[in-house]
Write a protein that binds this ligand. Sequence first.
Ligand SMILES: [Zn+2]
Length: 158
Amino acid sequence: MTELRQSVLKTPAPKKLRNVKEVPFVELYGGRVQGVVRSGSDEDRVYVCFVEAGTGNHACNTNNNRPCSQNYFCKHRLGMLSEAMEHYGAERVARYLNAPGEYTSELSSSELFARFPNAQIFRGSAPNVFSRFLSYLRYVELQASLDPMPEMSWFIAG
Ligand SMILES: [Zn+2]
């Protein structure tokens, strides 16, 4: 048997398979839980959402920077947060957001969001979220390799 010598970043296994059809991209990055969520009504549209650590301030815009028609914490934001909690674990996401209260694995996305009663809607675009998603997509076209690729740690294999 040949010993494989490689350097691979260990990431916690998701609790269950991610729903990449509805939420193709989610990450904890730059003090935000952020991601891309598919539109339920238009298959050519996606929503770019984030929730900011510390404040709970949040945003939801289309990839063309049009604001989401739902004014409060919409199903896109909630869906993105739920997927982040499925992927990274509820405790880790709550800790990353610096949410008040205890961090438990049973925490739901709506309960987590309710811990930020003063959260405001962010009225600007967040173009880096969608461009980060697009830059990750280029990895899909690369040849498979056993070499480490830390940027792929969010991506589902198998
Ligand atoms: Zn929305």
